[in-house]
Design a protein. Structure first.
Length: 314
């Protein structure tokens, strides 16, 4: 499909291609409470490292530092950044990192209409799929700003909202708060942790390794978000591509298939009645099974996939 040129701070407009989805969420005014969002690991000694706002030119260094330690981070990516750096997203995914949605332009989502919320999520959903062949389930709201309406729309679209319970504050301090925050975290009671960092700027990316080292020496076990919360990160996964597929995407508005049918680990009450012609449902049996455990310090653990990516083209 054709992707917008909107940069961060300029929310995208509704796209007629999403009309059927717009109709399905048009009257949603509220939804689940804040506790519906996933903000901590189920096991108190698990710790999931997450990075927001990329991909950027500094993301490869964060990925390299994670890989050196046999860590697998979860990256919540901004669609407009993905459009600029498709190869960086691809390489992060090939390295075993998990990918989630962080909207197209990083707006305060609670200020948008339901139609704009759909556009911010679905543009990002589709560009990720076109590049790396996965259909993301994870969505993190910019600034962590949410309300019942946003959660209701996200739930209706089949997304799992991921929050955090330990914020390094790196984005607002040019990374200066990261070291003291990680030092403080390690003195606090042990609790299943999802930590928040950012990979958009040089300062925050350069300091990311400090948190990794503190984690390596702690009682915690580093996990991906999927291992941490026990929820599959993707609706469907195809074989890892060797090169980006973005150049092969048709310029006409052709939408990739989206599944809104739940698996056994899907979020409660997904909207299963949205089956317009452009959004074919995928049986739950075709869902990729995400490993729930990863041997510590093993370099051989990788995501395994079963089929090459399929693109719908006119």
């Amino acid at each position: 499909m054709t992707y917008p040129d909107n940069e961060v701070g300029k929310p995208v407009s509704p796209n007629p291609a999403f009309n059927d989805l717009y109709q399905s969420v048009l009257n949603i005014k509220t939804g689940p409470g804040l506790d519906w969002e996933k903000s901590f690991c189920k096991v108190k000694t698990d710790w999931a490292l997450t990075y927001d706002d990329g991909p950027s030119q500094y993301t490869p260094d964060v990925v390299e530092q994670l890989t050196k330690r046999n860590f697998k981070g979860t990256f919540f990516v901004v669609g407009s950044q993905v459009k600029k750096h498709p190869e960086i997203l691809l390489k992060a995914y090939q390295a075993g990192m998990e990918i989630g949605i962080h909207t197209w332009t990083h707006p305060v989502m609670t200020t948008l209409s339901n139609e704009q919320i759909v556009a911010e999520l679905m543009y990002t959903y589709h560009i990720i799929k076109d590049i790396i062949g996965v259909e993301c389930r994870y969505f993190r709201a910019p600034y962590g700003t949410t309300d019942g309406r946003l959660r209701g729309v996200a739930q209706a679209l089949g997304f799992v909202m991921i929050r955090w319970n330990r914020d390094t504050g790196d984005a607002t301090t040019n990374g200066r708060s990261l070291k003291p925050q990680f030092d403080a975290f390690m003195k606090q009671p042990i609790v299943g942790t999802i930590s928040l960092e950012h990979d958009l700027h040089l300062e925050t990316a350069q300091l990311a390794s400090y948190g990794m080292d503190k984690l390596s020496k702690s009682p915690y076990s580093e996990k991906t978000v999927s291992e941490c919360i026990g929820e599959q990160p993707y609706r469907k996964v195809e074989k890892v591509p060797t090169t980006t597929l973005l150049s092969k995407v048709p310029t006409t508005t052709v939408l990739s298939t989206i599944s809104i049918q739940p698996s056994s680990t899907s979020i409660p009450h997904p909207l299963t009645s949205v089956t317009p012609a452009t959004f074919s449902s995928i049986p739950a049996s075709s869902m990729h099974t995400q490993p729930t455990t990863r041997p510590a310090q093993s370099s051989s653990t990788k995501l395994c996939f079963s089929a090459w990516i399929l693109l719908l083209m006119i």
